[in-house]
Design a protein around this ligand. Structure first.
Ligand SMILES: O=C([O-])CC(=O)C(=O)O
Ligand SMILES: [Mg+2]
Length: 591
């Protein structure tokens, strides 16, 4: 009862299908999709071609009520569907209507995940066409709550789970995944999920969500994306006692045991997918995040979104904000609350940018950037007891404990929150910023919304409408004194999809800091006059596919310039090329 399912491409541009180096490239199989070449197909099981009943249950090919009469005849679907044939647009309208009936964000999340598992193209069509409405559902902030409750809302598994039980067998585990041609992996060990802490194995929501954005915002096709959660246990007592917890019920393995599992994973990835697969580290705890990036940065194509992606997006916002506050970056004084991955990552990229622009040595430039951690202002007298990533920021100053006193002493023009702790920019702190600056620049970056250092409304009201504000999680526009201010979302979702697309489409083999600067520059260039009028320092997400194409092009251009790109010859028009590589979610016709 098997039919051969062939797709006629309906206007979607697909990369040169015989060129495995391209985005989603590979060899066409009966699906008209790209699977691996024969010699790569060393699977423990074999593919079968879906038709009839199983076609309806294959989310990658299912179209539900949109199967045409001819398709219903050719693929044994007669009688398995009610008589009506709907257009994809009408399916979208119906689903959006249903989704809006749910008042509880988590219900919307579950409905979206169900759709992803049922009809992938329709899922991406909804997400792309309604990006501003649905981003907060499949991503920050709702994804945070979903991870907290992942065990009880668990339905079909998504992504690949690699736990201590799989030690010694990780290569085999990778081969269990149905796709051979993988180009982007997002991996977490769940130890620091957003600002919510250790969620263990339930952190899987994060790689799944991030990769949905790779496809929706960056146009990387879903079949080449692989979400991975490494489960080495959790130190979250509540989860360990939760009868619905889905992970290993033990405390976290550390030290050599941890390092060995990660090492086996990284080797298996390279062995199975080659050296051009991008591995994005997400939501690891500080110590591991910095170590893994340093360890694998020279041997693999790795990117830490929380350190590098966040840095690039924040730098873009700061550069854009100069249009509103005036001066050059070098004229500003920066103060961070939080000296972890995001804080030190952003600080370092700002310093690098200023140093390149002014020819001043990095050590000099760093002196205008101050960081506060849980013990207060980081100063040189603390140097011995500091973790290595904080040391560059230990400047000469007397110790100060309270943030409000630090603000008064350092007199920053820019205040950035990256501590993962909510409500820490209190009224007195924001007022102190307002008394020091005509237009105080305040970024409350911690996620999800519950961990935001202050709300948009607080930032505008406490500064009498003078603040330039952006936040990691989305806030609605705020009306103050007859004016409407639109807070920007300084979220790495602006950067990583386009950044990853740029790396993949150029066959780049290593991430370099200059590529992050190229991404920032491209993002900042997308902010328009109309945005600035609303005090917005990021372009709206509704234009994200165009923004991503521009980021991808600028990143690829820099990679070619640095000799890191292996896809030759270099395409002439990189923006056009990026656009031509992007996945579109319109249905294909099956013959
Ligand atoms: O997921 C987000 O919204 C941004 C991010 O990487 C984090 O907060 O860890
Ligand atoms: Mg993250």
């Amino acid at each position: 009862m098997e039919s051969t399912l062939k797709e006629m491409r309906n206007g979607e541009s697909v990369l040169d299908m015989n060129d495995k180096s391209g985005v989603g490239g590979g060899v066409e199989d009966v699906y008209g999709e790209d699977r691996a070449t024969e010699d790569q197909l060393v699977t423990p099981w074999s593919f079968s071609v879906a038709s009839g009943y199983s076609l309806l249950r294959d989310p990658r090919y299912n179209k539900g009520l949109a199967f045409t009469e001819a398709e219903r005849d050719a693929h044994y679907l007669r009688g398995l569907l009610p008589p009506v044939v709907l257009s994809q647009d009408l399916q979208e309208k119906r689903l959006m209507h249903n989704l809006r009936q749910y008042k509880v964000p988590l219900q919307r999340y579950i409905a979206m995940m169900d759709l992803q598992e049922r009809n992938e193209r329709l899922f991406y069509k909804l997400l792309i066409d309604n990006v501003e409405e649905l981003l907060p559902v499949v991503y920050t902030p709702t994804v945070g709550e979903a991870c907290q409750k992942y065990g009880s809302i668990f339905r079909r598994p998504q992504g690949l789970y690699i736990s201590l039980k799989e030690k010694g067998k990780i290569l085999e585990v990778l081969k269990n995944w149905p796709e051979r041609n993988i180009q982007v992996i997002v991996v977490t060990d769940g130890e620091r999920i957003l600002g919510l802490g250790d969620l263990g194995c339930q952190g899987m929501g994060i790689p799944v969500g991030k990769l949905s954005l790779y496809t929706a915002l960056g146009g990387v096709r879903p079949s080449v994306c692989l979400p991975v959660t490494i489960d080495v246990g959790t130190n979250n007592k509540q989860l360990l006692e939760d009868e619905f917890y889905i992970g290993l019920r033990q405390r976290r393995a550390t030290g050599q045991e941890y390092a060995e599992l990660l090492d086996e994973f990284m080797s298996a990835v390279k062995q199975n997918y080659g050296e051009k697969v991008l591995v994005q580290f997400e939501d690891f705890a500080n110590h591991n995040a910095f170590e893994l990036l340093a360890k694998y940065g020279t041997t693999h194509l790795v990117f830490n979104d929380d350190i590098q992606g966040t840095a690039s997006v924040v730098l873009a916002g700061l550069v854009a904000a100069l249009r509103l506050v005036g001066g050059a970056l070098a004229d500003h004084t920066f103060l961070f609350l939080g000296a972890g991955e995001a804080g030190t990552g952003i600080a370092e990229l700002i310093a690098l940018e200023i140093s390149k622009k002014t020819d001043a040595p990095l050590e000099e430039v760093r002196k205008k950037i101050w960081l506060v951690d849980s013990k207060g202002l980081i100063v040189s007298s603390r140097k011995e007891s500091l973790q290595h990533f904080k040391k560059p920021w230990a400047h000469e100053h007397e110790p100060i404990k309270e943030l409000v006193d630090v603000v008064k002493a350092i007199k920053p023009t820019v205040l950035i929150g990256t501590s993962g702790v909510g409500k820490t920019f209190t009224k007195d702190i924001v007022e102190a910023m307002a008394s020091l600056n005509e237009k105080p620049l305040i970024l409350a970056l911690s996620n999800p919304t519950s961990q935001s250092e202050c709300t948009a409304e607080e930032a505008y009201t406490w500064t009498e409408g003078r603040a330039i504000f952006a936040s990691g999680s989305p806030f609605d526009p705020v009306e103050y004194d007859g004016k409407v201010f639109v807070p920007g979302q300084a979220n790495n979702a602006y950067i990583f999809p386009g950044f990853g697309l740029g790396l993949i489409m150029s066959g780049t083999i290593r991430v370099h800091d200059d590529l992050l600067l190229a991404a920032s520059e491209a993002l900042a260039a997308q902010v328009t006059e109309e945005n600035y009028e609303k005090r917005l320092i990021y372009p709206p997400f509704s234009n994200i596919r165009k923004i991503s194409a521009n980021i991808a092009a600028n990143v690829a251009a820099k990679a070619y310039e640095l000799g890191l790109a292996t896809r030759l010859p270099r395409p002439q028009d990189l923006v056009k090329y990026a656009e031509s590589c992007m996945y579109t979610p319109v249905y294909r016709h099956y013959r």
